[in-house]
Ligand binder design. Structure first.
Ligand SMILES: NC(=O)C1=CN([C@@H]2O[C@H](COP(=O)(O)OP(=O)(O)OC[C@H]3O[C@@H](n4cnc5c(N)ncnc54)[C@H](OP(=O)(O)O)[C@@H]3O)[C@@H](O)[C@H]2O)C=CC1
Ligand SMILES: Cc1cn([C@H]2C[C@H](O)[C@@H](COP(=O)(O)OP(=O)(O)O[C@H]3O[C@@H](C)C(=O)[C@@H](O)[C@H]3O)O2)c(=O)[nH]c1=O
Ligand SMILES: [Mg+2]
Length: 283
């Protein structure tokens, strides 16, 4: 039995579809603001592997709530890693492109220097360091720009804005790889299964959808696929002030993940088509 932290989030929801026999711990069963409870939950369940799909993901709110975000993203995953090391079972922990400062235009490799620009990125990096320090059969999967039919994300925000506006301004100088939550869920399951057999595959990996685009181009593709006539005007990030600074360069080099697990960067436009058709069915 696999144990998953998170129940209602984007990736957790996709994991529920993929793993009908896994056990999912929502906030009621395991609150990540109480890290020791996460440790205890794992030891009590004695699963074959753990996937952590829960996190404090509200990037702008984290600026004012860094202490809470730090416990959820920085401390709780370390307790999970300790419990998994004690049971000698795999832990798959998800992290983010926001651990990088976004300088340059070259895709970041897993070993590149991290330097988060915002509180969310800092707290996710604390979690990475802690999990790595514990050691064991742990993999950290850094992904980016997650979207799905469930929960909150950029695709759903654009669709909502597009209902009442025929023109939107969207940041055009931040570049990254949009990633469908279902592709991340599949990647996590593959990693968990492989780590059981190959503990030497532990480490940090990058996994994001291809091709890399700007948020503005991502938005244009959303409207192109829905057939909505919404004009997307590209603007510099400096014209769209937010509490949290975001990286300009979110490109990630995913080659080491491909080599270790045999999974290519997913085509996000195909993932988007699936998500839009799911949304069509439910609305
Ligand atoms: N969203 C994105 O664009 C990106 C996400 N990631 C990472 O991917 C992973 C999954 O993200 P995603 O699926 O988008 O996340 P969501 O924001 O969709 O969901 C987050 C989940 O975490 C849960 N959670 C938050 N706080 C707590 C808490 N104190 N105790 C227990 N559960 C809590 C939420 O529960 P509840 O429903 O009860 O609030 C929710 O189920 C995270 O590690 C995230 O950092 C990485 C790159 C991009
Ligand atoms: C809604 C909106 C956003 N934007 C910009 C703001 C920002 O630069 C970019 C994306 O905005 P969002 O708030 O949706 O994105 P954000 O919440 O920062 O998304 C991030 O979430 C965390 C959890 C991650 O780990 C990252 O990989 C990334 O996906 O688009 C516009 O330019 N126009 C708009 O109308
Ligand atoms: Mg957001």
């Amino acid at each position: 039995m696999m144990l998953v932290f998170g129940k209602t989030g984007q990736v957790a929801t996709e994991l529920r579809a993929l793993l009908p026999n896994a056990r999912f711990l929502g906030r009621e069963q395991a609150d990540l603001t109480e890290p020791k409870a996460c440790f205890d939950a794992i030891l009590a369940a004695r699963p074959e592997a753990v996937i952590n799909a829960a996190a404090y993901t509200a990037v702008d709110y984290a600026e004012e709530n860094e202490a809470t975000a730090d416990v959820v993203n920085g401390v709780a995953p370390v307790q999970m890693a300790k419990a998994c090391a004690e049971l000698d079972i795999p832990l798959v922990h998800i992290s983010t492109d926001y651990v990088f400062d976004g300088s340059g235009v070259v895709p970041f490799k897993p070993g590149d220097i991290t330097a988060p620009l915002c509180a969310y990125g800092r707290t996710k990096l604390v979690g990475e360091h802690g999990v790595t320090e514990v050691g064991g059969r742990s993999a950290i999967l850094r992904t980016s720009w997650v979207f799905s039919a469930h929960g909150g994300n950029f695709v759903k925000t654009m669709l909502r804005y597009g209902e009442t506006r025929d023109k939107l301004t969207v940041v055009a100088d931040q570049i990254g790889g949009p990633t469908a939550a279902c592709d991340i869920a599949k990647a996590c399951v593959t990693i968990a299964r492989k780590l059981k057999v190959y503990p030497d595959k532990a480490g940090i990996y990058h996994f994001s959808g291809a091709p890399d685009v700007s948020w503005a181009d991502f938005a244009r593709e959303i409207f192109a696929q829905t057939g909505k006539k919404v004009v997307v005007e590209g603007i510099p990030a400096t014209s769209y002030p937010t509490p949290a600074a975001r990286p300009y360069n979110s490109r990630m080099d995913c080659t080491s993940f491909e080599a270790a697990f045999g999974i290519r960067r997913p085509d996000w436009k195909a993932g988007l088509a699936d998500v839009l058709s799911d949304l069509e069915k439910t609305t």
